[in-house]
Design a protein around this ligand. Structure first.
Ligand code: C5P
Length: 390
């Protein structure tokens, strides 16, 4: 695998040389990139000699004339490892700053990222650094936590770069998970549906599409080809996913059936309206003095129809049900003919509709349910796909 090793300016930078050697021993190709501060501790020549590849140091470095190295390397990388990662580099990565070759390269990459912090214990404990690490974790960046011990500046505390063996193990685990869905096609329904009452009004719900987007990102990180069939949402989906936009449930059904042909996994994360107005009014309904009655008819059950149409696909639904009582979700699993159902309590504070976190119980037939615990939606999505893929 192609690994970019980013080295930032910590005294632990000297250990990056051994890391490069160990990763090469495991069969990986290493390309190193040093920040300015890293060059106070180690030299590009060291890494060029060790790896047999050019070492990037400046944002405008072009080892191959006419090719933008930050884009080329980012495209070709299977993984980027930043070790050691200083507070400055971590805070820049979390904020999306690209003011040197390493941070620009990370911004341009879509591959998994592993970060191994090393710094003074106060800088590690600093609220901003901690917030940045949380931000990176929520984006599925694997953090190899520093160890507690005596650090170079004479203090004792957490900040020592983790042992190289631990960093290498994390890299191997992340690379393994990045191949779990390689060659697989994943289709995800996402967001709400809008059921027209007339040409300007509709019935809908609070679904944001965040869970569908998280599943899409997780599937891409695990190497899948991803299609999202989405109702109207504000959020941006990952650029590498194919997105088919629909309005109402009937359109979502047609698009999902079309897109699911040949798919390996279909996940119903959309909050499909259960009913739609029977006769949407042409133009705009006028205000009057009398009560009006809206007749609603049931919408098709999209995920159930996908499960019936494609019996060999792994079809997974979501159930907005309390995880304390899984009987209703279990009944849905059977009634809809699904392979699995992910139950999540949308009424719990901080999780569910439009929230950043989720808390899932994954239910399969004849297997005891497993719980994700409260995590970011992306972490939940990675957990869910990991469980399904294995
Ligand atoms: O029955 P309920 O709406 O709780 O089922 C939820 C699951 O079924 C979700 O995966 C949702 O995307 C899917 N669903 C669907 N079509 C519907 C209703 C729900 O695909 N009409």
């Amino acid at each position: 695998m192609n690994i970019v090793l980013g080295v930032s300016g910590s005294i632990a930078a000297y250990r990056a040389a051994d890391l490069a050697r160990e990763l090469m021993r495991q069969g990986h190709t290493i390309r190193a990139c040093l920040t300015d501060a890293a060059q106070q501790f180690v030299t590009p020549t060291l890494f060029e000699t060790l790896t047999g590849n050019p070492c990037l140091i400046d944002a405008f470095d072009e080892p191959e004339t006419g090719r933008m190295a930050h884009i080329d390397w980012a495209r070709q990388a299977d993984l980027i490892l930043v070790a050691p990662a200083t507070a400055n580099t971590i805070n820049k990565l979390a904020a999306g700053i690209g003011d040197d070759m390493l941070t620009t390269l990370v911004l341009a990459a879509t591959c998994p990222l592993v970060v191994a912090p090393a710094m003074n214990p106060q800088m590690y404990a600093n609220e901003i650094t901690q917030r940045s690490l949380k931000t990176l974790s929520a984006r599925a960046v694997a953090i190899v936590e520093p160890q507690e011990g005596d650090v170079a500046c004479g203090e004792h505390g957490q900040g020592k770069l983790a042992p190289n063996s631990q960093i290498v193990d994390t890299v191997q685990a992340v690379l393994a998970s990045s191949r779990l869905l390689a060659g697989k096609r994943v289709v995800i329904t996402s967001g709400p549906t809008q059921e027209p009452i007339d040409e300007v009004r509709f019935l809908s719900n609070r679904s944001s599409g965040k869970m569908g987007s998280a599943i899409a990102r997780a599937a891409l990180l695990m190497g899948a080809e991803v299609t999202i069939v989405s109702g109207p949402v504000q959020i941006a989906y990952p650029l590498q996913a194919k997105v088919v936009r629909v309005g109402d449930a009937v359109q979502m059904l047609e698009a999902t059936i079309n897109e699911s042909a040949g798919a390996d996994i279909v996940i119903g994360a959309a909050a499909v309206a259960d009913y739609r107005p029977a006769d949407p009014v042409a133009g705009k309904m006028r205000r009057g003095k009398d009560n009006i009655t809206l007749t609603l008819v049931p919408n098709p059950d999209i995920i159930a129809q996908v499960a019936r149409s494609y019996p060999s696909a792994c079809v997974v639904g979501f159930a907005a049900e309390p995880t304390s009582d899984l009987s209703v979700a279990m009944e849905k699993l059977v009634r809809k003919g699904l392979f699995a159902i992910a139950a999540n309590d949308v009424s719990a504070p901080g999780t569910g509709f439009d929230a950043e976190d989720n808390d899932i119980a994954l239910i399969r037939r004849d297997v005891a349910p497993v719980m994700s615990g409260r995590r970011s939606k992306l972490a939940c999505a990675l957990w869910l796909l990991d469980n399904l893929a294995r």
